[in-house]
Write a protein that binds this ligand. Structure first.
Ligand code: ZN
Length: 381
């Protein structure tokens, strides 16, 4: 498979022989450019599992370098009882927490780690404390790549414990995320270790775009609205890139409206979209939606355009709403997700209430992370 990388800022191009985070000339973001002229050459191999199904759409030269644990191909289920409460006829969830490590992150990491293997990288550093770190530790273990994990969370955090058990080289940092990032930068420059920066590189988002391909394969018609939790926004952009490719190839006729949801405490996208003042509440208890607790998403402009260009809208939800919907989802549909994942239900309620989503339209949201990795919420009725 032939592809190169192009800078979205200055246009500089690079071949695929090296792992690249950003543009060497201007530090801009890179995008993969595939040299595949026809849809026929980009056939989905439905007999295969995991990322192997979508290899012609992914940035790997040799399929033998694919590091896969059966990620993807997650089920889509109808939420009819939730639909009754919201007054929506068609509401579906894609159970992304059924990926190997219990979160959608396995899609991006499968591809990111495969590219590391293909380009001969044997050690990386990244923040390790959440679903991304847990997933990364698993794929690095599978690939035999050393993962230097910079942890600022307590070792009582279940995700951290899993990262440790997967054999990561732990680096404990006293302080917050920024302190961990600073310590990691010093370590990388002194040791020559690759600072992975999954939120900056293009490979992670390329893996996430497979969710859009699956939605198109699994559903009789494309949903009208998709609601996505947004921290760095790699899932929202993965969705967009996948749908854009399919639109270009003529596989689909339209792109769904992509709505983003953030917490009241961390709403950089909502604030920028609506041009309002905002500063983050950096206290440790500021939100239960810890998976989207990101103050400065690097691709903010792309996220605004992803919503605006598809007729979507970013919204905020409160912790009370999140906890309420986490409980409703379990009680009415039997699905138990982490609070970050329940944000989409709270957002759906708001978007229906304000008329953005009509009762005859079709909604889908990914349920991104399994509930058991975090402490049980207090029980509400
Ligand atoms: Zn550049």
């Amino acid at each position: 498979m032939s592809f190169d990388l192009a800078c979205t800022n200055c246009g500089e191009t690079y071949d695929n022989s090296e792992y690249r985070t950003t543009c060497q000339s201007c530090n801009g973001f890179l995008r993969i450019r595939y040299d595949t002229p026809s849809v026929a050459s980009k056939r989905i191999n439905s007999k295969l599992t995991g990322m192997a199904r979508y290899l012609p759409m992914l940035p790997l030269s040799n399929s033998h370098n694919l590091v896969t644990m059966g990620e993807g191909n997650t089920p889509i289920v109808s939420l009819s009882r939730i639909g009754q409460i919201l007054g929506i006829n068609s509401i579906h969830a894609k159970l992304e927490y059924m990926n190997p490590t219990g979160a959608f992150k396995d899609r991006g990491n499968a591809i990111q780690v495969s590219v590391l293997k293909e380009t001969g990288v044997d050690k990386i550093a990244e923040i390790g404390g959440g679903n991304t770190g847990h997933s990364l530790a698993a794929y690095c273990a599978k690939a035999g790549i050393t993962f230097a994990a910079f942890a600022f969370e307590s070792n009582e955090n279940r995700k951290v414990q899993t990262i440790m058990q997967a054999g990561a080289e732990m680096h404990w940092v006293n302080g917050n995320r920024q302190d961990a990032v600073n310590a990691m930068k010093i370590f990388c420059s002194q040791s020559g270790t690759l600072n992975l920066s999954y939120h900056l590189n293009t490979y992670f988002i390329e893996g996430n775009k497979t969710i859009a391909y699956e939605i198109a394969e699994q559903m009789r018609s494309i949903p009208d609205h998709i609601i996505v939790p947004v921290g760095n926004g790699s899932l929202l952009l993965g969705m967009l890139w996948g749908f854009e490719e399919m639109l270009q190839d003529g596989r689909i006729e339209r792109i769904p409206s992509l709505h983003a949801v953030q917490s009241l405490a961390f709403q950089p996208l909502v604030a920028a979209f609506h041009k309002k003042e905002w500063s983050p509440d950096l206290s440790s208890q500021s939100t239960v939606a810890i998976g989207i607790k990101i103050a400065n998403p690097p691709r903010l402009d792309e996220l605004i355009e992803a919503c605006r260009g598809t007729g979507g809208r970013p919204v905020t939800v409160s912790d009370d709403e999140i906890i309420k919907w986490q409980g409703h989802l379990n009680r009415l549909e039997g699905l138990f997700v982490e609070p970050t994942s329940a944000t989409v239900l709270a957002a759906a309620e708001r978007l229906v209430y304000d008329g953005t989503i009509r009762s005859d339209q079709k909604i889908l949201f990914p349920l991104t992370g399994f509930g058991f990795k975090e402490p049980m919420p207090s029980i509400t009725n």
